[in-house]
Ligand binder design. Structure first.
Ligand code: NDP
Ligand code: MG
Length: 367
């Protein structure tokens, strides 16, 4: 039986993980600990249902038991687990990834911001503590499977698929009037608010390009993105002989989540039915999705640029979600924040947190 911690248990990733465990009691996984930020009622209910040994609230107003990010670390030390599922949303998830690796646990990583902002630090910690980092993001989970048993030199590029989100066909002249609910209406995936907005702007795909570069060791010009509105092909790899290998399945996060937690996940998702299945592809239109271009630029400039891209985007998305800025202004803030000089490369956790704070201030000044 593998002992697991689910961080961000009340969110979309956490809920999907726990709903699989609810119906698949045969899986050799025992929920030992859970975390949420502030949603006390839901976390207490989940803890009772799954008979968890420990809980942590990372939000501000929590008292007693484990709380804050130090509490998260203490919880992982006092209640050891084999693997941590990090389903926390946003930059703060980095602290949880660090806590998990320092506790010597394997890390099933949904929190892509961790890799984008602290990639090399995480890989160093994983090496030092002999822990594995296993991607949960559906595209990266697919590539992780596709690369198994292959020699890096034989693979010429990774191909990430993107649904194109809710604005794939919307007239550009109406982008001024995009409402929050329009941007939250993802055509194929049900996810948390932040990642749903990122899917509309394709900042999510930009973060995923950076994530793929760091996880698998491919340069930006070796990572392609193609629009595939049905979200059936989760990603592909192109080999030097000219062939392409793909992973297909219905859009369901159960598979990547459970695959990262255990290799014994048979009969997990509904098999794909080829009857009436039609798969289509479109080229990226960068005038429509400028943040994808911006993410590629951040990756090629290196230094603090990938972190700056993430921080500026988090600030702008939060402002858009609370209706303080329009959709075009969201895009503009991210682009203009990256016009600053972010060449300094942060290496320690303190430097990463300080740079994140500095970028956020710069972005807020552009509001
Ligand atoms: P949600 O917003 O649905 O859930 C976020 C979870 O994190 C909640 O449990 C929330 O607790 C907790 N949380 C929020 N803020 C903080 C914080 N500052 N510190 C600690 N915990 C916090 O997000 P998703 O599940 O959609 O996404 C989680 C991560 O997984 C993101 O990095 C996303 O990019 C990635 N991902 C998600 C996919 C999906 O299908 N949803 C697919 C691929 C990747 P509380 O409820 O108490 O606020
Ligand atoms: Mg993804």
């Amino acid at each position: 039986m593998k002992r697991i911690a689910i961080l961000g248990a009340t969110g979309s990733i956490g809920t999907t993980a726990l709903s699989v465990l609810r119906t698949r009691s045969d899986l050799p996984l025992k929920v030992v600990s859970l975390s949420a930020h502030n949603n006390k009622e839901r976390l207490l209910a989940l803890s009772k249902e799954f008979d968890a040994e420990a809980l942590c609230f990372t939000g501000d107003d929590q008292k007693g038991g484990f709380h804050g990010y130090d509490g998260l670390k203490a919880m992982l030390d006092e209640y050891p687990v084999d693997i941590v599922l990090n389903g926390i949303a946003g930059f703060d998830g980095l602290k949880a990834s660090i806590a998990a690796l320092e506790a010597g646990c394997d890390l099933a990583l949904a929190n892509k911001e961790s890799v984008v902002c602290g990639g090399s630090l995480l890989f160093e910690l994983a090496k030092k503590h002999d822990a594995k980092i296993i991607p949960v993001d559906s595209e990266h989970s697919a590539i992780f499977e596709l690369l198994k048993g292959r020699v890096r030199e034989d693979v010429s590029s990774l191909i990430l698929t993107a649904s194109g989100g809710p604005f794939r066909n919307r007239s550009l002249s109406t982008f001024d009037s995009i409402a929050v609910d329009d941007a939250l209406s993802h055509p194929t995936w049900r996810m948390g608010k932040k990642i749903s907005i990122d899917s509309a702007t394709m900042a999510n795909k930009a973060l995923e390009v950076i994530e793929a570069s760091y996880l698998f060791g491919f340069q930006g010009d070796e990572i392609e993105v193609v629009i595939h509105p049905q979200s059936i092909i989760h990603s592909m790899i192109r080999t030097r002989d000219g062939a392409i290998y793909a992973q297909l399945g219905n859009p369901d996060m159960s598979l990547p989540i459970i695959n990262a937690l255990t290799s014994m996940s048979s009969d997990l998702v509904k098999p794909l039915n080829f009857n009436h299945l039609s798969l289509t592809f479109e080229e990226i239109d960068y005038a429509r999705f400028p943040l994808l271009r911006c993410g590629y630029d951040a990756l090629s400039r290196q230094g603090g640029y990938p972190l700056a891209f993430n921080a500026a985007n988090e600030v702008a998305v939060e402002a858009f979600l609370s209706e303080r800025i329009t959709y075009p202004k969201l895009i503009d803030i991210v682009q203009r924040t990256l016009d600053h000089d972010w060449t300094f490369t942060p290496t320690t956790v303190e430097e990463i947190i300080a740079l994140d704070r500095e970028v956020r201030l710069a972005s807020k000044e552009l509001m």
